[in-house]
Unconditional design. Structure first.
Length: 253
């Protein structure tokens, strides 16, 4: 019997990287998964990797109506919603002086607004189902600052505290809805590749990223997915409002 057998999950950012790894891990452990992403080709590929009965849903996480549609379609298809993994995210390499307002708004729209909309829409469906688990992918940049990631740090810090607010709402109002945040360090994903490419010497930047933690390597998407699986499962039924770090020891110093 799988660790999330019979549960229904929506995973955003599922076209690649951490989102895809989370979708695969949840499906392997018995959940029926809706892989959501604005990258339709990548999202369809994830759904194909998962196979039936798992589905792909096109979703721009900044689209309020799109969120309502995906949640409603999921409930129509599978009868309920038990798990939401807010995995979609973007980043821009720019310090305070060089961050444009357009960049600031874009990063915060995806990383902060998108998580808010997902939590809100999932909350109503999970309440109807008798409870659920929301896992928000934040970052170590939501715990400690990085001078080159002004907008990203702000957006991921917002996710951290929004998570705690959602957790309190889910507990105090008798909804039986848990919410936790996961804070990865540098993980081998297309977004980290894009971040490295934003530096004058991408190869040197990747080496710095690999050496930025005591274990001296970049993490793998499955390193995050295994933790997400735990938080999505009933094994973590007394865990809510927590912030869990997957960073090779970077924030231990």
């Amino acid at each position: 019997m799988g660790r999330v057998d019979g549960k229904v999950a929506i995973v955003t950012g599922a076209a690649s990287g951490i989102g895809r790894a989370c979708a695969q891990r949840l499906a392997a452990e018995g959940a029926r998964v809706v892989a959501a992403d604005r990258d339709e080709a990548g999202g369809e590929q994830t759904a194909m990797l998962l196979g039936p009965p798992h589905l792909f849903a096109a979703l721009d996480v900044t689209d309020e109506a799109g969120w309502a549609r995906v949640v409603d379609d999921t409930v129509r298809a599978f009868g309920r919603l038990d798990i939401l993994v807010n995995g979609a995210g973007v980043g821009v390499v720019a310090d305070l002086e060089h961050t444009t307002l357009a960049q600031w708004r874009f990063v915060n729209a995806v990383n902060s607004d998108g998580v808010f909309l997902g939590c809100r829409e999932a909350f109503r469906a999970m309440r109807a189902a008798g409870g659920g688990s929301i896992v928000n992918i934040s970052s170590v940049a939501g715990l400690v600052g990085d001078g080159d990631l002004a907008a990203y740090c702000a957006s991921k810090g917002a996710v951290r505290l929004l998570t705690k607010s959602v957790a309190l709402s889910g507990a105090r109002r008798g909804a039986n809805i848990r919410c936790n945040s996961v804070h990865p360090g540098f993980i081998a994903t297309p977004m980290v590749d894009a971040l490295a490419a934003g530096y004058p010497d991408p190869a040197a930047a990747r080496e710095r990223l690999a050496n930025a933690n005591p274990v001296r390597r970049i993490g793998e998407p499955d390193d995050v997915a295994h933790l997400v699986l735990y938080l999505a499962s009933d094994e973590s039924k007394f865990v809510t409002g927590a912030e869990l770090v997957v960073d090779g020891g970077a924030t231990a110093r």
